[in-house]
Structures are given as C-alpha cells and as structure tokens.
Design a protein around this ligand. Structure first.
Ligand SMILES: NC(=O)c1ccc[n+]([C@@H]2O[C@H](COP(=O)([O-])OP(=O)(O)OC[C@H]3O[C@@H](n4cnc5c(N)ncnc54)[C@H](O)[C@@H]3O)[C@@H](O)[C@H]2O)c1
Length: 462
C-alpha cells in the first residue's frame, strides 16, 4: 500500500480537509509522506549529524528548520562573534562543539552535513572546502558572492558528487509547487512578462540590524571575516554586523533579494535564465555609509527557448516604500496572471480576449460617414456571433498554504531526503548559480552602467 493510501486509511476524514487545502497532488503526497515519516524510529545509522557555520539570524533559523526533520542532530556551530557561539550553547545545548574556525568543523568525522549561513563573501569558499571534506552542504543564497566563483563551485560538486543544495526555500514551497503545476498546465496562456518586487519601509528591513554592546575586535574575529579582502580595513562594527550594506561582504539588494524572485521564476517556468540584464539604483534614503543601493530596478530579458517563449522581467527592491512591507511576483501570460504573495499563497486571474476584435466605442468607427459606419457594422455583425463578441468569463484560483506552513522546513526535509535516499536535490548548484548570476549581473550593470550579456546555457558572461 502506498504511503499516501496508508495515511488516508490511518487518519480517515481529517486528511480530506487538509488534502483539500493542499490541492497540489504532488505537493500533497510529499507533505503527507513526511508526516508519515516523522514518527518513524530513526536508527543511529540513519541519523544525520549537522553543524552550522554562521550562527546569525539565518543560521539560527536554518538550524531550527534542519532540526525539524526527523533524525537530525546538531553537533557543532561556528561563528566569528563569541556571543553567538555562547547563545548557540544556550539554545541548542551546552554540549555542542563551538569554534570560530570553520575548518575545525570540516575536519570532524562525526559531521555529515554543514549549513553555510555566513555572510555572502564566504559561501563559496566554505562550500567548496566542505564538499572536498566529504560533507553534504546546504548553502544559503546567493550561492556565490561573485559570478567568477560559480563554475568552480559547480565543478567541485560534480567532482566530489557531494549532496549540495542551495537555500532558496521557494523551490520547496507548496505555493510555488502548486503555481508551477497550474502554470505548466496552461493556466495563464503564454508567458510574456513578470513583475516582481520586495518593498520595505523600516530600519531593520533596510538592514540596520541591532549591534551587541560588547562588539569589538576582542569578541569578533575580524581578521577572518575580511581574510579574503585585498584591502584590509580596521575593525568596524557596522561592517561586521550590518555586512549586507557593503559590497565587500554582501551582494546588495540584487544578490540578497532579487535572487529569491529569480529562483521562484526559474522554478515555475523551468527557465535556465536571461541573456540581457540592465539595472539602475541609488541610495536615496538610508545614507548610513552603505555602498549599495536602497532602491534598485532591473529589466531583464529571457530568450525564447524550448522551455518557454521569450519574456521580460522587471524586478524592484524598494527599502523606503510608502507601500509598506510587501513582496509580490506577478507572472503575466496572454490569458491570465499568477500573483504570488511571498511564498505562502497566490491568486490566478484569468482574462481571455473575445473572438471578435470589437468595433465602436474608443475606435475610429465614429469618425467615418454615417453610411460607412453602417456598412462596417453590418459586415461586423454578419461575421461575428453574439458569443464571439463576449469576453469569456473564467473562474480564478486562490491558494493559501496551511496555517503555520514553513517552506524552509520543507526545503530542509528535501535536503535530508537527498542525504538519506540519494534523491536528486531540489536546488542544485547549476540551478543556484543560474539564479544568482543574473542578480549579481544586476550589480555589475548598475556599478558599470552598462547592459550585461549572459549565456544562460553555459553560464558565462558574454
Ligand atoms: N533563505 C533566506 O530566506 C535567507 C534569509 C536571510 C538570510 N539568508 C542568507 O543567510 C546568510 C546569513 O544571513 P544573516 O542574516 O543570518 O546574517 P548575520 O549577519 O545575522 O549572520 C552571519 C554570521 O556569519 C558569520 N560568519 C561570517 N563569516 C564567517 C566565517 N568565515 N566563518 C564562520 N562564521 C562566519 C558571522 O559571524 C555572522 O554571525 C546570508 O548569505 C543571507 O543571504 C537567507
């Protein structure tokens, strides 16, 4: 009996309700299989021992999401600020191993997988070393800090055959799975454009995160943090705790947030990426010493491929938006729009043209002689039936993930499934790089004031 049928049998009527909410069959099966697996006893051989490198905001979230999967145990944590290592012991247990040197994590034989949740500047270096040390790797997005790092990381994965998954949780989200299924079934006709954005209007949203009172070169391993920089700078708390505001360590709003938007778009459309990228930006409001824009707009062109027709994408991040906090991805086709609200739900509005082109109203008809108008109307009415003249009325679709749903938990569940069962990862290095590179190209376009040409198939700048 399949897991799904067993589940239905065991839980009887209640599942019908949750199945109705999870009307995506594939997603529903996966979700239910995990519920079934959860109570299963995991033998010590099945246990996955993990460590997190970078115990800041996302490192803590990712660790919790990883531990929500059955049979996962946290062995160690690495961070460059002592207070975060102490906090890790407070939260995850005094016995966990802590260090500020990630190599001590990679050298341990009792660690199967690492989460790389450092600032962007360290993702690729640590991920590559970890794969060579035989670890499975969950790398936060964007996969790389610079486009030049991408192919090396893909090569390292291919050579080591490591389980490697990038951390854009939209790729595992029920809402995106369902939207993909409907998109692929033709719900909006032929795609022609996408408008996607993140709007924010507060200091934390604009990356002015809280700095601890004991921040200093004594509590922060500043030399390690900037080890890869050609120009070494004296310690600065802002640069360490608010690294996103500096290109040297972060990737600006494009690498940080556009990458979520493109990951979602690529996932739904099966796209390999755009070939033309242009972006403008400016630091309009948060003039706090940052060297990246707080408002950025990109226009990106996707070529006609076997996966999809040509389409255009307009991306925007606005950190001082009077709209308040809102993120959306509108995928626009010839017969409808999928409007995704972050990764929790979406609405599809369908609009189809009438078979008849229309005549009169805002038209040149009324400017012609009465005789000509009559003749044109007679011809039109002979050619088109009343039905042809009506716009078809098509029902829309609204989907909302179950209350409390967390796509990161599912993204980690997928990662753990790959480690345990050898199932291909849901977001591999090629996908991760194909999403990250055009976003990093948005930065190149802005800083170099030029159009960037990209070969999405071979993943190279042209
Ligand atoms: N998937 C998502 O939705 C999502 C959300 C937020 C952040 N992120 C990603 O997670 C990463 C971390 O972001 P954050 O907000 O947690 O930042 P953060 O500043 O809160 O934490 C980053 C931590 O990494 C540590 N670190 C930096 N270099 C290190 C090194 N070489 N060795 C060990 N530790 C090191 C720092 O000490 C810091 O504590 C970023 O790449 C970001 O893009 C992803």
């Amino acid at each position: 009996m399949s897991d799904r049928r067993k589940f239905l049998k065991q839980l009887g009527g209640t599942v019908v309700l949750s199945s109705a909410a999870l009307s995506s069959f594939a997603a529903m099966e996966d979700h239910e299989r995990r519920i079934l697996q959860a109570p299963k006893r995991i033998s010590s051989n099945d246990k996955i021992r993990i460590a997190t490198i970078g115990m800041g905001i996302m490192g803590n979230n990712d660790t919790r999401a990883a531990l929500s999967c059955p049979g996962v145990e946290l062995v160690g944590c690495c961070d460059l600020y002592q207070g975060r290592l102490q906090h890790a012991k407070e939260v995850f247990g005094a016995n966990i191993f802590t260090t500020s040197d990630y190599r001590e994590i990679l050298d341990r034989k009792d660690i199967d997988a690492v989460i790389v949740a450092t600032s962007d500047n360290w993702h690729s270096t640590i991920a590559i070393e970890a794969m060579h040390k035989g670890k499975a790797v969950y790398s936060e997005k964007p996969m790389v800090h610079y486009i030049s790092e991408g192919l090396n990381e893909i090569k390292a994965q291919q050579e080591t055959k490591a389980i490697f998954q990038v951390g854009s949780q939209r790729v595992s989200s029920l809402a995106f799975l369902k939207a993909k299924e409907l998109y692929q079934a033709g719900a909006i006709g032929q795609i022609n454009s996408v408008e996607a954005s993140f709007n924010r209007q507060d200091a934390l949203g604009a990356w002015q995160y809280t700095i601890p009172l004991d921040a200093s070169p004594q509590t922060v391993n500043w030399d390690r943090f900037q080890a890869m920089e050609k120009t070494k700078l004296p310690y600065e708390s802002n640069r360490f705790f608010r690294w996103r505001n500096y290109r040297e360590y972060g990737t600006g709003v494009a690498g940080d947030l556009f990458v979520h938007l493109l990951s979602g778009i690529h996932f739904i459309t099966d796209s390999k990426g755009p070939d033309k990228i242009y972006s403008i930006g400016g630091t309009y409001y948060w003039k706090d010493g940052r060297n990246v824009p707080d408002v950025m707009t990109a226009v990106i062109e996707y070529p006609n491929t076997k996966e999809h027709p040509a389409f255009q994408v307009a991306l925007r991040v606005n950190f001082i938006s009077g709209e308040g906090e809102r993120s959306s991805t509108k995928i626009i086709g010839s017969e409808g729009v999928i409007d995704l609200d972050d990764d929790q739900g979406f609405t599809i509005h369908k609009n189809k043209m009438a078979a008849a082109p229309g005549i009169g109203g805002w038209d040149s008809l009324g400017t012609f002689t009465e005789a000509m108008q009559k003749q044109l109307l007679d011809n039109y009415n002979t050619k088109y039936s009343d039905a042809d003249k009506q716009r078809p009325v098509l029902p829309g679709v609204t989907y909302q993930s179950p209350a409390g749903y967390n796509s990161s938990n599912d993204h980690f569940a997928n990662f753990m499934d790959s480690i345990r069962n050898g199932k291909p990862v849901v977001e591999d290095a090629v996908f991760g790089f194909r999403a990250a590179a055009p976003c990093l190209a948005c930065n190149d376009s802005y800083f170099q004031n030029k159009v960037i040409h990209w070969d999405p198939e071979n993943m190279r700048l042209i």
